[in-house]
Design a binder for this molecule. Structure first.
Ligand SMILES: NC(=O)c1ccc[n+]([C@@H]2O[C@H](COP(=O)([O-])OP(=O)(O)OC[C@H]3O[C@@H](n4cnc5c(N)ncnc54)[C@H](O)[C@@H]3O)[C@@H](O)[C@H]2O)c1
Length: 254
């Protein structure tokens, strides 16, 4: 039986992923603010350390999969917290469990980024660079609004995945590290975004060639793919699962 740790397992995509992986026969250890095996706050260094230590103690230090799904939405006013959870919380979670993955079977990790990384003007800016430079104080200080903090932190997370995936610590240790970049997905986070005055219209107006939004199970299926044997040659990939929005709006990328 595979053992897989998921942050943000209590809601939305993380909850759908738990159902999917358990139905595939895996044991899931969830971390969330509440409603999970391990309750911890990934916005703080202390919470990140406690979350990883609790996972290690519940798994004898051996994991086959890790997913960084916990995140805060761009509708929130606390922009520094968005940078803290969506980049620093995700990176600390993945890094803190990497050694346990190196002792697992066909180990793989997936970070949940966002398709906002290519379609948000200014994402590739100072906040994104502060994240990649591991300067949390500066990144928090540069987080001026939710949309800027969200897109910058999610772009940094995708680039962190591409930088680290090929390194001795990950690929060199036989651990596959990849990312998904979901588009608009019907979860409590997007419901809150739709209700927001600043963000609601932008979400509604985003063109999605396949449909208006994904179900969380569709994103969970892509994450399950990246965790599994069918993705055994995927390393440092950022898989857009967004109904075609990125292809439509950014046809020259890559
Ligand atoms: N829903 C979308 O349209 C969409 C699109 C692109 C990317 N994403 C990303 O997918 C991931 C899952 O989002 P979702 O839509 O399922 O949202 P959601 O709000 O339903 O779930 C997010 C989960 O993360 C947890 N979380 C938030 N802050 C935390 C913290 N400090 N410590 C521990 N857990 C924390 C929440 O409690 C919640 O259970 C997020 O990283 C989000 O940015 C979502």
């Amino acid at each position: 039986m595979r053992t897989i740790a998921i942050s943000g397992s209590g809601s939305g995509i993380g909850a759908a992923l738990r159902v999917r992986l358990e139905s595939d026969g895996a044991r899931v250890i969830g971390v969330d603010l509440k409603g999970a095996e391990i309750e911890a706050d990934l916005s703080s260094a202390d919470g990140r350390t406690r979350a990883c230590a609790a996972v290690l103690s519940q798994t004898d230090g051996i994991l086959d999969g890790v997913v960084a799904c916990a995140g805060l939405g761009p509708h929130l006013e606390d922009a520094p917290a968005i940078a803290a959870v969506n980049y620093f919380g995700a990176v600390a979670w993945l890094s803190g469990l990497r050694a346990a993955l190196s002792r697992g079977t066909a180990p793989a990790a997936v970070a949940v980024s966002s398709n906002s990384i290519t379609i948000s003007p200014g994402a590739d800016g100072p906040l994104m660079k502060a994240c990649l430079a591991d300067d949390e104080t500066l990144a928090r200080g540069l987080a001026r609004d939710g949309i800027n903090a969200y897109a910058g932190a999610k772009l940094a997370l995708a680039r962190w995945v591409r930088r680290e995936a090929v390194s001795a610590a990950w690929a060199g240790a036989g651990i596959r590290l990849n990312a998904v970049a979901p588009g608009v997905t019907k979860t409590p986070m997007i419901e809150a975004g739709l209700a927001s005055k600043t963000l609601g219209d932008a979400i509604r107006l985003l063109p999605v060639p396949l449909s208006d939004a994904a179900q969380p199970q569709q994103i969970a299926a892509a994450i399950a793919f990246l965790l599994g044997a069918d993705a055994s040659f995927c390393c440092g990939s950022v898989l857009f699962v967004d109904g075609g929005s990125d292809a439509l709006l950014c046809p020259a990328r890559p």
